[in-house]
Design a protein around this ligand. Structure first.
Ligand code: PA5
Length: 445
């Protein structure tokens, strides 16, 4: 189970002021439960963990097994909410060097559809040339340009290399039940498909097939992931008292910090495997809260790596930041620092210590230094990097995000701002239907 500690924010804000949010948090929790708040048509994530059935998980696992048995590589095609959750969990649980190992325990998981890099796509298609590969095409709208473009390339390559029949077996769609090009293609081609519920937005969709299918294909236990999330659903439930509810405390603390001029939240890890959890978290909070000219800017760093780059700014730059550290209690493996007779590097004082003991002292030392430097610090501790902990962590952040968005007074479940670039891009590319916009934008160039 995860724990949250806000003690090191209390020199900057008061506990009293954090607890003053109790009534507002209760109102936010009730608005979520009763569907009476802003964006109430996108609350399908709220009780998702406890409502996922064994049959649904079995269906996902069976499809994952087909891909595992028939593919050396599986490309997950998706962007934003249709990509980051799966990658966050897969990278957190995978061996850091998995894909360089000769003996692989399952298909290599690759990603596409999250950029429009010609070189990236060229190199991907080159790599896949002599591989038995499959594709999971993930798009709720089914019309996202980045994903559709990558899928067009991958579908053709898969069919050319593996034949139409095998392609049908190893291409899976995760999309809307009825609408969008991805649905039409899946139905026409006879692909196995999974539905993204209407009432779950992209950034809250990691526990739908959007996240669960790729995670299962990567060989991880989706039952444990969902069980961890379901336990957290209880821990953060609406009737759990404020003082015992980590989602309530996190939401209240970050809003109080924001009110006191702390405009940037930096999510910190001391484990490189958590890099994509931070990417997922940035989307969750950035897209949910950054609107109506307000919202905390979510940033992230990987320590101790970034202590040697961003560490300077964090220690002594503008004092508008606070940190939230995700700390992993136990490592999966054990590695001790060896003794060295010559001791030329002077590290014999560490001989016999586990590498993680050094890492933990870096963590503690950094916390104290940053607090001394004027940076409030929250700490989320998870027991280990495993499916249960990650399921719990993801749900904790989702629930806190819903509450926090309501405390801020915005609709945390829409994203009107992401359309602006698409409109311009389509106008610049002369997409049919954008004739007026094309003329207007050409006149501005
Ligand atoms: O959270 C969101 O809504 C976005 O990040 C979307 O998930 C992203 O744009 C992908 O959209 P789609 O799943 O429709 O392809």
């Amino acid at each position: 189970m995860i724990s949250l500690n806000i003690e090191k924010t209390l020199g900057f804000i008061s506990k009293e002021n954090v607890f003053a949010y109790e009534a507002q948090v209760k109102a936010a929790q009730e608005a979520l439960e009763n569907g009476t708040g802003k964006g109430n048509d996108f609350l399908g994530w709220l009780h998702l963990p406890s409502s996922i059935t064994k049959e649904h998980l079995a269906d996902l696992k069976a499809t994952a097994q087909v891909l595992r048995e028939n593919c050396e590589a599986v490309v997950v095609a998706g962007i934003g909410g249709s990509y980051l959750g799966a990658r966050a969990v897969i990278e957190a649980l995978s061996n850091s060097f998995a894909w360089l190992q000769d003996k692989k325990s399952g298909p290599v998981i690759l990603y596409a559809g999250h950029n429009i890099g010609e070189d990236y796509l060229y190199e991907l298609t080159e790599y896949l040339k002599d591989k038995k590969f499959g594709v999971i095409n993930i798009s709720k709208s089914g019309t996202t340009t980045e994903t559709a473009l990558a899928f067009r390339l991958l579908k053709k390559q898969c069919e050319d290399q593996r034949g139409k029949e095998m392609a049908k077996k190893v291409i899976v769609a995760v999309t809307d039940a009825k609408k969008g090009a991805a649905r039409v293609t899946a139905d026409n081609e006879g692909y196995k498909s999974f539905i993204i519920p209407d009432n779950v937005g992209g950034r809250f969709s990691v526990l739908t097939p959007v996240g669960l299918l790729p995670i299962a294909v990567a060989g991880f236990d989706i039952e444990k992931l969902v069980a961890g999330a379901a336990a957290m659903e209880k821990t953060c439930g609406k009737d759990v008292p404020f003082a015992e509810n980590p989602a309530a405390i996190y939401a209240a603390t970050r809003n109080e910090l924001y009110k006191n001029g702390k405009k940037i939240e930096i999510l910190v890890n001391f484990n490189p495997k958590l890099h994509y959890v931070s990417e997922w978290w940035k989307q969750l909070y950035g897209e949910s809260e950054g609107k109506e000219n307000k919202g905390i800017f979510p940033a992230s760093v990987d320590f101790s790596t970034d202590l040697h780059s961003m560490g300077q700014w964090i220690q002594e730059g503008e004092r508008t930041i606070y940190e939230t550290v995700i700390s992993v209690e136990k490592t999966q493996y054990s590695l001790q620092v060896p003794s060295d007779e010559a001791n030329l590097d002077g590290l014999n004082f560490l001989a016999g210590k586990h590498v993680d003991e050094v890492n933990k002292m870096a963590e503690l030392g950094t916390q104290l230094a940053h607090v001394d430097g004027g940076v409030p610090n929250m700490r989320i501790v998870i027991p280990a990097l495993n499916e249960e902990s990650l399921g719990g962590l993801l749900y904790f952040f989702e629930k806190a995000c819903g509450i926090s968005g309501y405390l801020l007074g915005v609709n945390p479940f829409n994203q009107p701002g992401v359309e602006a670039y698409k409109k311009n891009m389509f106008a610049l590319l002369n997409k049919p239907g954008y004739e007026e916009e094309s003329k207007a934008i050409q006149a501005r160039l």
